[in-house]
Design a protein around this ligand. Sequence first.
Ligand SMILES: [Zn+2]
Length: 561
Amino acid sequence: MFSLRTTLRRRGSIAALVAALGAAAAAAGGGPSSITPQELREWLGYIASDELQGRAVFSEGLGLAGGYIVEHLRDWGVKPGGDPGQYLQTVRVLGVKTTSHSSVTVRVGKETRTFADGEGITFPKNMGGKRTVTIDRVEFVGYGLDAPGASHTDYGGKDVAGAAVVWLGAAGPKDLDQAAYRRLLAGRNRYATEQRGAAASIGPPAAPGAGRGGAGRGGATGAADGVDFTTVQRLDAAAPPNLTAADAFFEFVFSRAPSTYDELKRKAAAQEPLPSFRLADVAITFTIDPAYDVVRTQTTHNVVGIVEGSDPQLKNTFVAFGAHYDHVGYAERELSREAGARRPGAPGRVTPGAEEDRIWNGADDDGSGTVAVMAIARAFAAGAKPKRSLLFVWHAGEERGLWGSRYFADYPTVPMDRIVAQLNIDMIGRNRDDKASEANTVYLVGSDRISSELHAVNRAANAAMTRPLTLDYEFNDPADLEQLYFRSDHYSYAAKGVPIIFFTTGLHPDYHANTDEVSKIEFDKMARITQMIFETGVRVANLDHAPARDNKGPRAGRLTQ
Ligand SMILES: [Zn+2]
């Protein structure tokens, strides 16, 4: 005899079957209409399930997620694009110890002094490959900070391209909210070399209590486990010197300057306004001479698939789509009831009231991007082929410092100069801060920075949709407090000169919390964003030329559109 519950369950399963058949029919034809909320929900239901244990890199859960993606790619006829003949690309994560013989030689007028690494000047442990570079244009840029939102601009229109930049004042200027601006303050060396084009940047050590960040390459440091740093990148690549210096160095550099170092140091300590000026007749020679000892190698995998284009020539070039399929994992330690309920050793935030939940499901971050890229891959595999080929990469270890994408960018499975654009999807399943007013909004970061043409193609693709999304460029501002441009996988491609767009619906209270769950995902919105990204990709893949790389930098955001 049927119980009422059984009947309901059966009815439910028939409805599910009908929905699945409908989705299968749509999928058969490929194209944007094959991207449906139902399927995104089904796939995410697995990717963000407790069974996958939060998908931490090197975990069983991440392996299951990778296997699930591979299985689908094989079903859909997407070709393997990883290690030869494989969907997986092995990513080697190196633990490295550094012995440094590096130094800096400063010439002021006719006087010269050399500072060894650790004596007046400190190189990051990951300082790039051996080389010597002399820079004879040295610019003092005050606090080295552009924070127009706080009415503080040190660079303004000043061109520091190719110069060595020197800045002071670890704590930043007075009246600057240090907590809100911590990423900008900590990222000043990176800002100088990566955004302003400086050839080197030298500042004081971080203020006590400030977070790390900005200095060095390759993200994560690993001092706690007996290595100097952890990296997936080539150790021999040239990196602009990003150094910290002590009083002895600054005293000499400023010895003939319009202001003495004592005076500048006093002002910086008092957080008073600092001047900026060129350090005339000063040259700095950086002798970068490290010996790297790889003391540990761990492996994980990117998942890579390819759908071939239709044009005999253009199919040798690629439009890349990416997301990260890892998240932060689960809490191994037991709940502590002393001093309130706590999860010691939790991999992320614990939402009050959800202390019992020990799995960080990462439904939005980045389960949403993971299944969106699956849907795009299937839409291309089953549908009409554009001229260019499509490359799909599910990156591992993004949460640990963009590992998968940094590795791919240094060891690409197709030549990097044949990737004409990279469209990165990280967190597209929510409304920013859970606001209903955000229901139609998607944030784009970086779309205009490398290629104005890519930016225009995306806007046209969105405008042509039945229901265009609201495109918001707020986070594209170089002074964005969250510095999102540096915080997902597209950045690894951008650093190699590839035009990128980073798509996200923004941060929310469940970001990196144990309550980032499937039940909170806006699947209709997510499907529309995924379709818009697909349409952008089709247009780029059918261009007869690669999107022009005019490198005009970030403009959308401040000027809007
Ligand atoms: Zn994340």
